[in-house]
Ligand binder design. Structure first.
Ligand code: DP6
Length: 323
């Protein structure tokens, strides 16, 4: 029996990933840029156990489906040259599957825990490549601070990995998550973004502008230009949701409180607070705040009708082994 426990933090994309290239290995159609969140994380323990006849998993104290986990563990087993089944115990300190990037922190933590338990020592890039095969956004959660995921061009996925851009202390922006619904989302990202070339008339435009959006964001982050980073973040979010709504069948992840929180962010900004919103495949609004503004933004968003709770967070560290 061999085991390891790892912690990985959730991340939120400022320039969004949505769409996959054809073929295996979960290759993204576009690159993305994200921030890793200190206050939202997953702890995962993997035990390779000779007495098990099948993989088993527990998520937040409940039995979990292994359909997406066994093929992922097979990648680790093949690499380690073992055949042993595993038991996975995982816990999120935030609502699972509700657009708070639990698949990002989950697969990043699983990659690190499973490889260590299997006796492998992968470097961060290799871990990012492995995590991507579990969930595209997980490739970014291997790193702390600001990270960029490269789309890559190779079919084997060896150039589709994330890289660190800035450490949390290099630019301590804050994030406030306004939770408007804690239920598991109806259409998960993988399904929502499948076969977009056939399902959305806007998809080619999304792809065509991706490289210039990424380049603009890279420059704005390097210059610590908060207004430009924020404007690009809102633009990428709204473009993503336009693409989602244009998909057959149309995807609408927002509820009335989502829209109210977006409007509240814009009102705060008009009144002089440096804050911009972003939203993923769920109804939660994430407010990107300039350093020092998180508390005031959280207080305002708590007063928005339909906002159930807020979580305020600094930027978080890279994935790491904790036991
Ligand atoms: C809207 O990484 O969950 O959060 O690769 O199919 O697991 P899969 O998708 P996933 O998609 C994330 C989509 C997003 C945007 C982003 O995080 O970049």
């Amino acid at each position: 029996m061999s085991q390891a426990t790892a912690r990985a933090h959730s991340n939120i994309a400022l320039i969004k990933y949505w769409g996959k290239r054809a073929g295996p290995r979960n290759l993204p159609a576009v690159g993305s840029i994200s921030v890793t969140l200190d206050a939202l994380y997953t702890d995962t323990t993997v035990v390779f156990d000779d007495t098990l006849s099948a993989d088993c998993a527990q998520l937040d104290d409940k039995p979990a489906d292994t359909a997406r986990l066994t093929p992922f563990l097979d990648l680790v087993r093949t690499r380690a040259g073992i055949d042993t089944r595993a038991s996975i115990v995982s816990a999120n300190n935030f609502p699972t599957g509700a657009g708070l990037a639990s698949s990002a922190s989950g697969f990043a933590a699983l990659s690190l825990a499973a490889t260590r338990a299997a006796g492998l020592e992968l470097d961060a890039r290799e871990l990012s490549i492995l995590s991507r095969q579990g969930s595209g956004s997980a490739a970014r959660s291997i790193f702390g601070g600001f990270a960029e995921m490269h789309r890559g061009t190779r079919d084997d996925g060896s150039d589709a990995f994330a890289e660190p851009m800035l450490e949390p202390e290099d630019w301590p922006v804050e994030i406030v998550v306004a939770i408007t619904d804690t239920a598991t989302k109806s259409v998960n990202s993988s399904i929502g973004m499948s076969h977009l070339d056939e399902r959305s008339d806007y998809y080619q435009a999304w792809i065509d502008h991706s490289e210039s959006d990424l380049a603009a964001m890279r420059d704005a982050i390097a210059a610590r230009d908060f207004e430009t980073v924020g404007a690009l973040t809102e633009m990428s979010c709204l473009k993503l949701h336009g693409l989602m709504m244009s998909t057959r069948p149309g995807l609408i992840y927002w509820n009335p409180a989502t829209v109210a929180a977006m409007q509240a962010v814009r009102s705060l900004r008009e009144a002089g607070t440096p804050v911009y919103f972003t939203i993923d495949a769920g109804p939660q609004v994430k407010a990107l705040c300039a350093p020092g503004y998180g508390e005031a933004v959280a207080r305002s968003l708590e007063g928005v009708p339909g906002v159930l709770e807020t979580r305020r967070t600094a930027l978080g560290p890279a994935a790491r082994v904790i036991a």
